[in-house]
Write a protein that binds this ligand. Structure first.
Ligand code: ADP
Ligand code: MG
Length: 684
C-alpha cells in the first residue's frame, strides 16, 4: 500500500483554521463580514473572556434556509462566488466559503437563522467539526452565531492566545473599524455584559466618528477627498498636526470597504505628513481607498486582510497626494504642487511599475524625489514645520511648582518664542539642507525682538555648523567620540558645578574629572520619575484639584484600557471619574503636572501602555505611568535656566536611583575628561 492518504475533511478544516482563525478577533471579523454580506442593518456583538469563552454575533440580515444553514459549514460552501471570473468583480466581503467550516472545526458553534419567507428558524449545533444537531428554533429573521470555547480541541493554538485585555483590544479595534466603514448601520458591542460601544445609524462618516471618538477627536479632523481616477480614489479624514499619537492605533484604513493591514497605506500616510510631524509621532487617519476591482487582488491570504496592488507605487502616491492636499487646504503646508510635476511623477511611477513588477520594494526604498513640493518661502517653511513648539510656560510652571528653589520673576525670564518657529524635534526630522537654508534666510527677515538668544539665532548656529564645516572654526568632528556617556561607575564624586547652558538645552558643567554636558530634560525626567515612583510605593503622591474639571472622550479601546489602569492613575495623583458612556472627568492631577497637560498625558498613557503590557504586573504598569508623567512634567529643551536652577537639577540628579540614564534608557550625562581634552590639544 502506498503511503499517501487524503486528509479527512475535518483535519483539512482544522489546518485551514490555522490561517483563517488566528485569534478571537479574526473569528469576529469573519462573522461580521458575513452579517454585512447578508445585508444586515443592526449587528450585536457580545464577547466574554476576551472572546475565548464566548463570541456571539446577531444580525437582522437575510438569514438562511435550513438546507443552507447546514451546507454553510461545508468547506468551500459559499453563496457568493460561482465562476472564476466572478473573483475579479467581487462585491462581497467573503467569497472563499472557508470561514464557517474553519471556525466550526476548532470551537463549539451554534447557528440559529431564519429567512423572511420560511415559517420557522433553524438551529445547527457543531462541535469541533462534528454536526451534533439540526432542529427548529425561534428566531426573528436574521442570524445569530455563537462561538464558544475557541480552540478547545487544539491546545497548541490555545496557548498562543494573549491576555484577555489584549484579545479585547483586538476585538474592540475590529468592531470600531467596521462601525467606521458602515456608518449607516447600527453596532452594539458588549464586553462581559457591559456595553463597550453602541452606535445608532449615522448619516455621515463624521457623525459616526463623533459617536465613537467624541467631540475632541472630530474637532481635529481634516477632510480628505482626492486621489487618482482609475488608480485609487481616497476619502475620509486625517488629523490636524496638533493631534499627536505615539502609536498607529488610531489609523484606520479600508480598501473597497474592506479592513486591511497593509504597509503601503501606512507609509503613504507617513509620507503625506513628511516635515509636518516628527519621527515617532503618528497622525490619526480614517481613510477609505476605492480601487478598481481589477487593480487589486484580495485573494492573497485566507484571512483577506492582505491585498496585492497591480500598481502599488501609483496607489501610494495617490494616497500621499490626497493627504498632502488635505493638509494644504487646512493651511498646514503650502500648496505648491504644480500640474507638471504631478504628471511627471505619475508617469515615472507607472513606468517603473510596468517595467519592473518584481521590484516593488525597491521602488519604496528610493522614493521619487519631489523638489516641486518644497515650500517656496520661509514663512511657508515655518508653517510646514510648526508642530507644537515646546510649551515653555507650562514647563516653567512645573519647574516652579516642583522642588525647585523659588526665585523672583526678574531673575527668571521666559524667552519669547515664536509660535511658528520650528521645534528642535521637527528640525531633527528634516535633514534637508535646502530647507534649512530657507529658515536661515527667513531669520534675517524676521523682526522679532528677542531678549534672549532667539530660536532663530540658535538655528543660525545650528545651520552654520551644518552648512560650513570647513570654515575657520575647527572641524566639528575634532572631538569625535571623545565625549563619553557617563556610567554609574564613574559618576562625579564631589558634585557637579554648572557654568552655563548650551542651546538652552544642555547644562555645561565641570567636575574634578573634566567637562560635563547634562541633558536638562532627561535629568529632570529622572528626578521626577524617582519622585513619582517613591510617592506611589509610599502611597503619598500629592495632587492638585483643577478649578474646573476637564472632560475627555475616550474611544472604545481607550475606555477598555482606562478601566484597567484607573486605580494606578489615581495612585499617581489623578482624580478621575467615569461619566456616562465613554467620557471621563479629570478632577485632579498630580501636583507637578501642568494642568494643561492633563488631557494629553492621560490620552498618551492610555495609548502607550503597550497593548501587550495591559495584562502586565502592577509594577511595570506603574513604572510606565510614572515615566509618562515625568516626561510631561519635566522641563523641556529650549528653555532658559538660571545657574541656581541648574545647580539644583545637578545636585538632585545625583541623589536619584539612576543618575546616568533616563526612564526611557537614554543617557543623561556626557563627559569630556581632562585626559581627552589634553590629548585634543596635543598636550600629552
Ligand atoms: P463566505 O463568506 O466566504 O461565502 P463563509 O464560510 O463565511 O463563506 O459562509 C458560508 C456561507 O454561509 C455564505 O456564503 C453565506 O451564504 C452563508 N452565511 C454565513 N453567515 C451568514 C449570515 N450571517 N447571514 C446569512 N448568511 C450567512
Ligand atoms: Mg464569510
Amino acid at each position: 500500500m502506498g503511503k499517501i492518504r487524503v486528509l479527512s475533511d475535518n483535519l483539512a478544516n482544522q489546518i485551514a483554521a490555522g490561517e483563517v482563525v488566528e485569534r478571537p478577533a479574526s473569528v469576529a471579523k469573519e462573522l461580521l463580514e458575513n452579517s454585512l454580506d447578508a445585508g444586515a442593518t443592526r449587528i450585536l456583538i457580545e464577547i466574554e473572556a476576551g472572546g475565548r469563552r464566548l463570541l456571539k454575533i446577531s444580525d437582522d440580515g437575510e438569514g438562511m434556509t435550513r438546507d443552507d444553514a447546514v451546507l454553510a459549514f461545508e468547506r468551500h460552501a459559499t453563496s457568493k462566488l460561482k465562476t472564476f471570473e466572478d473573483l475579479s468583480a467581487l462585491e462581497t466581503l467573503g467569497f472563499r466559503g472557508e470561514a464557517l467550516a474553519s471556525i466550526a472545526s476548532v470551537a463549539r458553534v451554534e447557528l440559529t437563522t431564519k429567512t423572511a419567507s420560511e415559517p420557522a428558524a433553524t438551529r445547527v449545533v457543531i462541535e469541533g467539526g462534528r454536526l451534533l444537531d439540526v432542529k427548529d428554533a425561534a428566531h426573528p429573521p436574521g442570524t445569530t452565531l455563537i462561538v464558544r470555547d475557541l480552540f478547545f480541541n487544539t491546545p497548541a493554538r490555545r496557548k498562543f492566545l494573549r491576555s484577555e485585555a489584549t484579545e479585547n483590544f483586538h476585538l474592540i479595534n475590529l468592531v470600531t473599524h467596521y462601525a467606521l466603514a458602515h456608518p449607516d448601520k447600527a453596532f452594539t458591542l458588549n464586553n462581559n455584559g457591559r456595553e463597550a460601544m453602541r452606535v445608532t445609524p449615522a448619516r455621515t462618516l463624521r457623525e459616526r466618528a463623533f459617536q465613537i471618538f467624541g467631540r475632541d477627536f472630530i474637532d481635529n479632523l481634516l477632510a480628505v477627498g482626492g486621489g487618482r481616477e482609475f488608480i485609487a480614489k481616497v476619502s475620509g479624514f486625517v488629523s490636524a498636526p496638533r493631534e499627536r499619537r505615539t502609536t498607529r492605533d488610531a489609523q484606520y484604513f479600508f480598501i473597497n470597504g474592506r479592513f486591511v493591514r497593509d504597509k503601503i497605506l501606512g507609509r503613504a500616510l507617513t509620507e503625506g505628513y513628511r516635515s509636518v510631524l516628527p519621527h515617532g509621532v503618528y497622525p490619526v487617519a480614517l481613510l477609505f481607498v476605492e480601487i478598481p476591482l481589477e487593480e487589486v487582488d484580495v485573494n492573497v491570504h485566507p484571512a483577506k486582510t492582505e491585498v496585492r496592488f497591480r500598481r502599488p507605487e501609483a496607489v501610494r502616491e495617490s494616497i500621499t497626494e490626497a493627504v498632502r492636499a488635505a493638509l494644504a487646504s487646512a493651511g498646514v503646508i503650502p500648496d505648491v504642487k504644480t500640474a507638471d510635476t504631478a504628471d511627471e511623477e505619475s508617469l515615472t511611477a507607472l513606468e517603473s511599475e510596468f517595467s519592473d513588477a518584481e521590484n516593488e520594494s525597491a521602488n519604496f526604498a528610493a522614493p521619487v524625489s519631489q523638489p516641486g513640493r518644497l515650500p517656496k518661502t520661509a514663512q511657508e517653511m515655518f508653517n510646514a514645520l510648526s508642530i507644537n513648539p515646546p510649551d515653555i510656560a507650562q514647563s516653567q510652571k512645573a519647574l516652579d511648582e516642583s522642588d525647585f528653589p523659588r526665585q523672583s520673576e526678574a531673575e527668571f525670564t521666559v524667552p519669547v518664542v515664536d509660535e511658528n518657529a520650528p521645534s528642535f524635534e521637527s528640525m531633527a526630522t528634516d535633514s534637508n539642507a535646502d530647507a534649512k537654508s530657507k529658515i536661515l534666510e527667513s531669520n534675517a527677515k524676521k523682526q522679532i525682538d528677542f531678549e534672549e538668544p532667539s530660536i532663530g539665532e540658535l538655528l543660525n548656529n545650528l545651520n552654520s555648523e551644518l552648512l560650513t564645516p570647513n570654515s575657520i572654526v575647527p572641524p566639528l568632528d575634532s572631538a569625535a567620540r571623545l565625549p563619553k556617556i557617563i556610567g554609574v561607575e564613574n559618576l562625579p564624586s564631589s558634585g557637579i558645578r554648572p557654568v552655563g547652558q548650551l542651546h538652552q538645552s544642555y547644562i555645561i558643567a565641570t567636575d574634578t574629572e573634566g567637562l560635563l554636558l547634562v541633558d536638562q530634560h532627561v535629568a529632570h525626567e529622572r528626578i521626577l520619575f524617582d519622585k513619582f515612583r517613591r510617592g506611589l510605593s509610599e502611597r503619598k503622591v500629592e495632587s492638585q484639584n483643577l478649578l474646573l474639571p476637564e472632560t475627555l472622550d475616550l474611544s472604545p479601546a481607550q475606555a477598555a484600557a482606562f478601566d484597567l489602569v484607573q486605580n494606578e492613575l489615581e495612585e499617581c495623583g489623578f482624580g478621575l471619574m467615569r461619566l456616562s458612556g465613554r467620557t471621563v472627568a479629570i478632577k485632579a492631577v498630580p501636583a507637578d503636572l501642568p494642568a494643561g497637560e492633563a488631557r494629553n498625558l492621560l490620552r498618551e498613557i492610555l495609548e502607550t501602555i503597550d497593548r501587550e503590557k495591559r495584562g502586565a504586573a502592577r509594577d511595570t504598569l506603574r513604572d510606565s505611568i510614572a515615566a509618562s508623567l515625568a516626561c510631561k512634567a519635566a522641563v523641556k529643551v529650549n528653555m532658559l535656566l538660571t545657574l541656581e536652577k541648574m545647580q539644583w537639577l545637578c545636585d538632585k540628579l545625583l541623589t536619584t536611583s539612576s543618575p546616568t540614564t533616563c526612564p526611557h534608557g537614554r543617557p543623561v550625562i556626557l563627559r569630556l575628561t581632562m585626559r581627552d581634552i589634553e590629548r585634543g590639544f596635543h598636550r600629552t
